[in-house]
Design a protein around this ligand. Structure first.
Ligand code: SAH
Length: 361
């Protein structure tokens, strides 16, 4: 990264994120297991098996509503340690015929995490891919939890010259040089992707062509082959998000530019941008709804109550803490949102009318 900036000048925050996270040898995902108590952050499937089980039941209902397609592709984007997939498959076995219809496809770029997924899903036939477009055609159920937040975002700053891109450059020379934020000298073409809202000087907005492209790729597949997608992430139905790029290391905030490749990087997901890209690609968009109400509607209280009946006192404390973290408005219940995308057919389970209907060609 330093060499690239020295040679060619400052890079976008998106390029910074891409290199820091996904560089094949020096990137964060190549060298770290980010998840769990020993990692840098904890995701919903790592908090409790109940999260994956409820997602599995949701998918089972969606599969029944689709007319029980067999075979059916089950795709997960960014499966981490494979925990969500393992938990949802266990629940899927409760829906007659569902488990046997599924063909498993994991979209994962990190060799290290592919290894953890292989171990976790030992005994299953699993296909790995670098991108969704590699998954063979056919009806599809897709899930992604905390995947989109890790995809690169550009940051734009409102100046008197218009929206100008924020860049990562170098200050100082030799061993004393460090990464610093600078501004591009020219207005950015990416501003075309921003909604035309009022802006104050100094206002920051984030734009992620990569996230929109993923939403469009999902939308194209669903429109052509049928199916549903469940995207869970933190963020909002936003106009101008502000600066939400953050680094996390060892479960605490970390300076974004200080140690590229050593800390996790992510930013809030703009669900409106995802929804518009998916709709333009031909999919219907449902939600987003906050994670807390979604899990409640899926029966999380009852499921936890069942588990409490045969739990030890220690397990009881863990179950109650997990319920709180996943659903409470002050924890993950409000900030995390669930967006559903669908091809032709009935609304996905738990949703009624689409937020955005597909664009007619
Ligand atoms: N879904 C998991 C892990 C979230 S971490 C959970 O909830 O616990 C983000 C995951 O996305 C990791 O598995 C990471 O390796 C993967 N990932 C990040 N960028 C990616 C990309 N461009 N293509 C494919 N996978 C990617």
């Amino acid at each position: 990264m330093i060499e690239e900036i020295r040679r060619a000048g400052p890079i976008s925050t998106a390029r910074f994120m891409a290199l820091a996270l996904a560089h094949p040898t020096l990137g964060y995902y190549a060298r770290h297991d980010p998840l769990g108590a020993a990692g840098d952050f904890v995701t919903a499937p790592e908090i409790s098996q109940v999260f994956g089980e409820l997602v599995g039941l949701w998918l089972g209902r969606a599969w029944s509503d689709l007319g029980r397609p067999d075979p059916c592709r089950l795709v997960e984007l960014g499966p981490g340690r494979g925990t969500l997939m393992a938990d949802l498959l266990r629940a899927a076995a409760q829906v007659p015929g569902f488990r046997a219809s599924l063909r498993l496809h994991l979209v994962e770029t990190s060799e290290r995490l592919r290894g953890l997924q292989r171990a976790r899903l030992a005994g299953e036939t699993v296909h790995w891919h670098a991108v969704l477009d590699e998954v063979p055609p056919g009806p599809m159920l897709l899930v992604a939890n905390e995947f989109l937040d890790a995809l690169p975002v550009h940051q734009l700053v409102a100046t008197r010259q218009g929206w100008v891109e924020r860049l990562v450059g170098l200050a100082g020379t030799g061993a004393g040089s460090e990464l610093v934020l600078t501004l591009s000298e020219r207005p950015s073409d990416l501003a075309r992707q921003l909604p035309a809202s009022e802006k104050a000087l100094g206002q920051i907005a984030e734009v992620s062509p990569m996230r929109s492209e993923v939403a469009a790729a999902i939308g194209r597949r669903l429109a052509a082959d049928g199916g549903v997608a469940l995207l869970v992430d933190y963020g909002a139905w936003a106009d101008l998000t502000g600066d939400t790029l953050q680094a996390v290391r060892d479960h605490a905030p970390w300076p974004v530019l200080s140690t590229p490749g050593e800390a996790d990087l992510s930013s809030h997901v703009d669900f409106r941008a995802l929804a518009e890209a998916a709709r333009a690609a031909g999919a219907a968009v449902y939600g987003p709804v906050p994670q807390g109400p979604f899990l409640r509607a899926m029966g999380i209280d009852l499921r936890i109550a069942r588990l409490l009946e045969r739990a030890t006192p220690g397990q009881r404390r863990q179950l109650r803490a997990a319920l709180f973290r996943l659903t409470d408005g002050g924890a993950m219940g409000e900030l995390f949102k669930v967006l559903a995308l669908a091809g032709p057919g009935a609304p996905p389970p738990g949703f009624t009318a689409p937020t955005l209907a597909p664009e007619k060609p």
